[in-house]
Design a protein around this ligand. Structure first.
Ligand code: SF4
Ligand code: MG
Length: 308
């Protein structure tokens, strides 16, 4: 079972695969559909067309016993840990809950497992009897992560997991997530608008614009040599340590309303290099090089944008 890819084939030609032990970063401005995609992956928001495949099997219908059984293996960590936790339960009770619900550990061994999980996420034993409101935001997110790990997930979807945290805490939590993901061979989808964080944690990156993937490549490649004009603009806004600030592309305006999608390439009203064709022709996501896709009329099969 383990070792098979998780793939999503959903509306708007989204076709993504996440392998065990791999982190796929999903980036884009707010409203680009990143969170919807994350929920789709877990079967919470089933795609209108297409399918989500988990470990070689189509995702069962939401709420069925089969779905619930799979859900234990797929966990979601989102931005607000306080909303994810039950404020009436202690930290130990929160982390112990999935162990009991999914009957993962016999009752007499639960306390030991809870202590292990707390230690794995850097919580102190004396915090076991605290309540969520007695902890800092970073500590609360550690509790959520410990809870998510309790059921030995194969897939972890993290939706802006550190965006609400203090910048000084963000790196600690991200590094911890990366270590746990690597150690446990988890497939992780890391959704964020923050490219610096994604660059740090992701092996591969998919860039979303108005509900579609516009470019996907390995993290190294996409940050070193973005091909799609939208990716270029995003990447140019991230300072790279030790390098001179290169020319910066400032994106004009806000992303359009997804309900009022621009014709042709949805990015054309903001694209600095749009040509006439972009107003009418929808660019398809195509393989442009080994392990690399892009959806732009100006990006052709060669690993270089070619101006038509
Ligand atoms: Fe810009 Fe046209 Fe490429 Fe869209 S298809 S990103 S508008 S050049
Ligand atoms: Mg979001």
């Amino acid at each position: 079972m383990f070792g098979k890819a998780t793939s999503i084939r959903a509306v708007d030609g989204i076709d993504l695969t996440v392998m065990p032990g791999e982190t796929l970063g999903i980036v884009g401005e707010s409203g680009s559909g990143k969170s919807t995609l994350g929920r789709m992956l877990l079967g919470i928001d089933p795609p209108q067309s297409g399918k989500t495949v988990f470990e070689g099997q189509p995702m069962p219908k939401l709420g069925t016993p089969q779905w619930r059984a799979l859900r234990a293996k797929m966990q979601l960590v989102y931005q607000d840990p306080l909303a994810a936790l039950d404020r009436r339960l202690t930290i130990a009770e929160q982390i112990g809950e999935p162990l009991a619900i999914h009957n993962l550990v016999p009752k007499e061994h639960r306390a030991t497992r809870v202590a292990e999980l707390m230690s794995a996420v850097g919580l102190r034993p004396d915090q076991a009897d605290r309540y969520p409101h007695e902890l800092s935001g970073g500590q609360r997110q550690r509790v959520v992560i410990a809870r998510a790990l309790a059921s030995h997930p194969k897939l972890l979807v993290c939706d802006e997991p550190v965006s609400a945290l203090d910048v000084s805490i963000q790196a600690q939590v991200v590094n911890m997530l990366r270590d746990l993901q690597e150690k446990n061979g988890i497939a992780m989808v890391f959704i964020s608008h923050d490219l610096k964080v994604v660059r740090h944690i992701a092996d591969r990156v998919a860039v979303m614009y108005l509900g579609r993937i516009v470019e996907e490549a390995s993290s190294d490649v996409i940050f070193a040599k973005p091909l799609h004009p939208y990716t270029k603009a995003l990447v140019s806004s991230v300072p790279v340590p030790g390098t001179m600030l290169k020319s910066r592309t400032i994106l004009q305006g806000e992303p359009p309303n997804p309900a009022d999608r621009p014709s042709g390439c949805a990015f054309h009203p903001r694209c600095p290099v749009a040509i006439d064709l972009c107003r009418t022709g929808v660019p398809q996501l195509r393989h442009v090089a080994q392990g690399r896709t892009a959806a732009c009329h100006l990006v052709t099969g060669a690993d270089q944008p070619v101006v038509a």
